[in-house]
Design a protein around this ligand. Structure first.
Ligand code: KG4
Ligand code: ZN
Length: 340
């Protein structure tokens, strides 16, 4: 066994300022997250300018805390990993600038990480047995993809959304039924009290693209249902709407993932991103995978939503692959999966 590799990871792509220290890719020594959710709740969603300003206020203390909790100092760190896209440009720039400054001042290698590749890598932290190849359903606020993780850092996208991401649909429907931001966890909670068969919302199929998604029609169907109830003076049962909407999303996600697993002959499936912490999705995927004899992996909820530990894990495998970025690393708000 060689020397331990320690990565200091930084994440600031949206509304969490986060830093972590990760040992040999799979052992999290610290995972500090400073969430801005309470602040953005006031506005019903993330306000980019406020997010950037808060990141600047918090980032030094979050990094300090991560090093302290890990019992390490900057001199012990082997490389700095940082999310450089996709995300809000102003928010990303705070993390990228900080990582570059540390890299330059301490003469440590700099590794830019794709945020979504970080989400996928969160699965490696708690599942020491998980190794590529596997199929991954990525469901976050901005992305809905089915990918084949061919090897560490090697992805083939086989399915994607044509419009809204799954998390975005949760957030928009939550707003429509008056639950506020962030919508996903609130819909998840309320749906437990509702009847998922109360309203039959549509499931979109895209001709010729069996693994692609579309959620904007579903979102419109929910809005139309709410409007038509209002016009008729009928009271809506919010829990039933939440449960029926969630059922339609879960149904689409599970059926397409299972079809992809079958056609691509994959017997390991992982889930990643904020929506992967949805309780109905976990239950339905558990059931489907047991029925088909497939092994299913998903991270604990705290590692599903934005955090820096997942960025540290992804950075570790990039480090082993020889990826190094220069001080000209920039934030790339629409960075593509697999782009280096
Ligand atoms: O991965 P993430 O933390 O940030 C992005 O990279 O986008 O995902 C955030 C998204 C939000 O849309 C949030 O509403 C959704 O994940 N989410 C959930 C749940 N927890 C978070 N959606 C459904 N059920 C949940 N329990
Ligand atoms: Zn994320």
């Amino acid at each position: 066994m060689g020397k331990d590799i320690l990565i200091l990871a930084i994440e600031s792509s949206c509304d969490e300022t986060a830093a972590a220290v990760v040992k040999n890719g799979r052992t999290v020594l610290s995972n500090v997250i400073s969430s801005q959710i309470a602040l953005h709740t006031l506005y019903g969603g993330v306000v980019p300018e406020i997010a950037s300003r808060k990141h600047i206020e918090k980032i030094n203390q979050v990094i300090k805390q991560a090093l302290l909790e890990a019992g390490t100092e900057l001199k012990d760190i082997d490389a700095i990993g940082v999310t450089y896209g996709p995300g809000l440009v102003g928010a990303l720039l705070v993390g990228v600038a900080q990582a570059k400054a540390i890299s330059y001042a301490c003469n440590k290698p700099l590794i830019g990480v794709h945020h979504i590749e970080g989400h996928v890598s969160a699965n490696f932290i708690e599942h020491k047995d998980l190794k590529p190849p596997f199929l991954c359903l990525i469901v976050s606020g901005g992305h809905t993809h089915i990918v084949i993780v061919k090897d560490y850092g090697q992805y083939e996208i086989i399915g994607r959304t044509h419009d809204d991401a799954a998390g975005e649909a949760f957030d928009k429907v939550a707003r429509a039924i008056g639950l506020g931001y962030p919508g996903g966890p609130k819909v998840d909670k309320l749906a437990k009290e509702g009847n998922k068969h109360a309203v039959s919302f549509p499931r979109a199929n895209i001709a010729g693209s069996p693994y692609d998604f579309s959620f904007s029609g579903l979102k419109s169907a929910v809005l139309n249902h709410l409007n038509s109830c209002a016009m008729k003076g009928e009271e809506v049962n919010k829990a039933d709407i939440a449960a029926s909407f969630q059922e339609a999303v879960v149904d689409a996600l599970v059926s397409k993932t299972m079809a992809a697993a079958k056609n691509y002959n994959m017997n390991q499936i992982a889930m990643a991103g904020g929506v992967a912490s949805n309780s109905a999705l976990r239950q339905a995927m558990d059931k489907a995978c047991i029925e088909k004899g497939l092994k299913l992996y998903y991270p604990s909820p705290i590692l599903c939503t934005d955090n820096a530990a997942m960025i540290g894990t992804a950075a570790y495998y990039e480090y082993l692959n020889g990826t190094r970025h220069g001080l000209d690393l920039n934030a790339v708000p629409n960075l593509k999966i697999g782009q280096r």
